[in-house]
Design a protein around this ligand. Structure first.
Ligand code: FE2
Length: 425
């Protein structure tokens, strides 16, 4: 007797009318027209069953703090950094935990079941790291939370940051972060990259740095990051987040850089909602978009994900844990409107970040965890178009979130009673 049998599912790879058999929290079989007795059945009605959304770049320590202690009036990065500095001394363990748990509720409701969150370690108390370690333990049954030790005020620039970062890793924070472009000089930025990569190599940890988050085409720490990745044998274990300076770099230099990044198997996370609002602020017109070169990175064979980065915090007043919103923004900013490009945008919030986080048992193949989302859309492109409602969210074969399908009654003579949002073909 199966625990769960899902029938009439469309899958993200285009297969239709598929059944998924679930036993003991794992998918045991996938195929057309499977029949077997099960404790629970779900008729997906031809709609999309997708692996859960994954966010490869988030800041859970600041999420949902919007308005504390005051609102970012200008909406700029610099005012946001100043605001975070004002808020940090006022933070409490309980408040961070409470806000983070609330955000994780939102995430589950949106089918987002794995998050890599940077956590600011430039604080001798390690308040946020300690609080998020507790949150990680609490949410573990329903959400994979991976934490990055992030020296937000600069590894070399902020006194005590190196020691605090190592202490955070000792606490169980599992990924090494960095912010080389925020150090005082280019040389110090490069030094920080070397030090952090050596630390990660020595401890067998993954690396994910905020890197070159500016419009300065000469901000080239990604080059050092890729070179250090190769020197230390960290291929496939290092992520460059943001990489917005690549938008503004000289095309010849980028052609050389992309080859180096590909050799290092560097992974990339772009954060389209944040990059499109925070970059290009010193421009008049034409105004740069600021997002990194996603289609070119994909063409070079790199794994590229889209991250949410911020939700209702000093840097961004909006957001709701909706990775379809993130992917849709990425699609527009990068002009990825081809059929293949739109599907890649869906992958950038599902399978690509799952690879970056090195999630075990992710996907819809036999043997994978029975984690999936039933969407009110027939395929990934329609899911992006509609920011499709998540009708049900499953974790280890158990339904952990459920929403009614979206319907609107219309009262128009000669027209149907309800709006039908789904494509006809
Ligand atoms: Fe970030």
């Amino acid at each position: 007797m199966l625990d769960l049998l899902v029938t009439h599912a469309s899958l993200p790879d285009g297969r239709r009318n598929q059944s998924l058999a679930v036993q003991a929290g794992r998918i045991v079989e996938v195929g057309e027209g499977l029949q077997a007795p099960a404790h629970e059945t779900l008729d997906a009605q031809g709609l999309l069953i997708s692996p859960p959304f994954v966010d490869a770049h988030f800041h859970l320590d600041s999420a949902l703090s919007y308005g504390l202690p005051r609102i970012n009036q200008s909406g700029t990065l610099l005012e946001g950094i100043g605001l975070w500095g004002e808020l940090k001394p006022l933070l409490t363990h309980e408040a961070i935990v409470e806000r983070a748990l609330r955000y994780c509720d939102w995430a589950v409701a949106r089918g987002l079941l794995a998050i890599r969150s940077h956590v600011d370690v430039c604080d001798d108390r390690l308040l946020a790291a300690t609080a998020l370690m507790e949150v990680k333990r609490q949410v573990a049954p329903y959400l994979d939370l991976q934490l990055v030790a992030f020296p937000q005020d600069g590894l070399l620039r902020s006194p005590g940051a190196m020691a605090n970062l190592v202490r955070a890793l000792d606490l169980g924070v599992e990924v090494v972060g960095g912010i080389p472009h925020f150090e005082r000089t280019m040389a110090q930025g490069a030094d920080s990259v070397r030090w952090l990569c050596e630390l990660a190599a020595g401890r067998g940890l993954l690396v994910d740095m905020h890197c070159d988050e500016s419009d300065d085409p000469m901000s080239r720490h990604v080059e050092t990051l890729a070179a250090e990745t190769q020197r230390l044998g960290l291929q496939g274990r290092v992520t460059g987040s943001h990489l917005t300076s690549m938008h503004s770099m000289d095309n010849y230099y980028v052609s050389k850089l992309l080859a180096l990044m590909a050799e290092a198997r560097l992974q990339v996370v772009a954060n389209p909602l944040i990059n499109i609002t925070l970059q290009g602020r010193h421009d008049s017109y034409p105004k740069r978009r600021g997002m990194t070169r996603v289609p070119e990175q994909l063409a070079a064979g790199l794994t590229v994900a889209f991250g949410q980065d911020c939700v209702m915090d000093p840097w961004y007043a909006l957001g709701s844990a909706d990775m379809l919103e993130v992917a849709a923004m990425g699609l527009h900013v990068a002009q990825m409107t081809s059929q293949a490009g739109m599907r890649q945008c869906f992958e950038a919030v599902t399978s690509a970040p799952a690879r970056i986080l090195q999630l075990e048992g992710y996907g819809l193949a036999p043997g994978c965890h029975a984690d999936f989302v039933w969407l009110q859309a027939r395929d990934p492109v329609e899911a992006l178009r509609l920011r499709a409602p998540r009708l049900r969210v499953y974790r280890r074969g158990r339904c952990i979130a459920q929403a009614p399908s979206q319907t609107t009654q219309i009262h128009l003579p000669g027209r149907p009673d309800q709006v039908d949002w789904l494509a006809k073909n």
